[in-house]
Design a protein around this ligand. Structure first.
Ligand code: GMT
Length: 375
């Protein structure tokens, strides 16, 4: 089977899921073509079954905004024709499902139409997709897809609530390749904390929905009770809030490490004790699953699909969105009880194993086959 994957190339959940899925399919012998504005961050382009097609946006002085969607649909059309693809898989409705629909119309003119699968990831539904500027086009392109998948039950519910969807939505949860988290010999806690200190960690693209200021407030409370350090990984618009917090709390500067984008994320997760995710919205919380795969329990809000991943009292603790006090207290409780911490580390890993790639990949393969058969 030859599959075209349309996704965002940058650090962000939807691009990561698309890339990991494509690489796993390529390892199983499928021919996988990535179409995006840049090489996806984690893509191993040396795999002979993987192809990358960069969307080139032709700039022209007349355009106030360069028309990426037109260039994208043209590139989809060209790649399908040239490489004889069997199926397109759009990750994130805007603009990928929309551009794929346009490409399909062009392909129909050549009697060469192919099935389109759209995977909904979260903010395309819960945030940006609901804006009146996009809503009708998002609803239309979801309904024009030949199969629709959602990364959690919660996101499926939101999609059905906010849009008039005429087709079945299949929940295929996000996944993790636990084999990438084997025994970490290079994990050196001493690089980040003294032996008597605990390590708290937050990983995100620091957008407002991630509520990074609450991560900092939680750490401020915890650090008073439990000797600890905080690691923040990622870059984004709310980095300014982090800087402002440090200006107001200079005594914490030596206790908070800002690492930006890192290549060895899994290694750093493996040496951490607790992952903080106080998000306002989270369709799934892939970052929490990655932490769990690294034996790291999670203290989170109960937004969206997080409760499907982080189980209260087992893999960590959850509180209402914005309840910093509860999240801080849970964190103190967890970090000051070695027995509880050790048990939750084990539970977190067991939960990650339930979401293992080898359980989820066959579901995608089956869905592709059914979609092609019914086309
Ligand atoms: O929120 C992000 O970090 C990025 C965003 C995206 O679209 O790339 O992530 C969304 O998709 C991820 C993969 O399916 C989910 O794990 C995230 O929960 C979801 N983010 C939100 O819903 C806010």
């Amino acid at each position: 089977m030859k599959i075209g994957i349309l996704c965002y190339p940058t650090y962000g959940g939807s691009g990561i899921v698309a890339t990991e899925l494509g690489m796993s399919l390529a390892n199983k012998g499928y021919e996988v073509h990535f179409i995006s504005s840049a090489l996806p961050a984690r893509l191993d382009i040396t795999n002979p079954n993987i192809f990358f097609h960069k969307v080139n946006v032709q700039t022209y002085p007349l355009f106030q905004y360069q028309p990426y969607d037109i260039a994208l649909s043209s590139m989809i059309y060209r790649v399908v024709n040239l490489y004889k693809l069997d199926l397109l898989h759009a990750h994130y409705a805007i603009p990928y499902a929309y551009a794929a629909f346009t490409a399909k119309q062009m392909l129909k003119e050549d009697n060469n139409d192919i099935p389109l699968v759209t995977t909904l990831h979260g903010t395309d539904i819960t945030l940006v997709g609901q804006h009146p500027s996009y809503k009708h086009a998002v609803e239309f392109s979801i309904n024009q897809s030949d199969a629709i998948t959602s990364v959690s039950e919660s996101l499926k519910k939101d999609t059905l609530q906010f849009f008039r969807i005429k087709k079945e939505i299949q929940v295929i949860t996000n996944f993790i390749d636990n084999s990438e988290f084997d025994e970490c010999n290079e994990c050196q806690r001493t690089q980040f904390a003294n032996p008597d200190e605990k390590i708290l960690i937050h990983v995100s693209n620091l957008r407002p929905v991630k509520r990074v200021e609450e991560v900092l407030q939680i750490f401020k409370s915890v650090e008073k009770k439990v000797k600890s350090k905080l690691i923040i990984i990622g870059e984004g618009p709310d980095m300014e809030k982090v800087n402002q917090f440090l200006e107001h709390n200079p005594e914490l500067i030596s206790k908070i490490r800002l690492l930006g984008k890192v290549n060895d994320l899994y290694r750093i997760l493996q040496l951490s004790d607790v992952f903080l995710l106080p998000s306002e919205q989270e369709s799934f919380g892939l970052a929490a699953l990655e932490a769990m795969a690294a034996n790291t329990p999670v203290i989170s809000s109960n937004a969206g699909g997080i409760p499907e991943v982080n189980i209260q009292g087992e893999t960590g603790f959850l509180a209402e969105i914005g309840n910093v006090e509860a999240m801080s207290n849970y964190c103190i409780k967890l970090l000051s009880n070695e027995e509880l911490l050790a048990q939750m580390k084990i539970n977190a890993k067991q939960q990650a194993i339930k979401f293992d790639l080898k359980n989820i990949l066959p579901i995608y393969e089956e869905m592709y086959k059914t979609t092609i058969e019914n086309f």
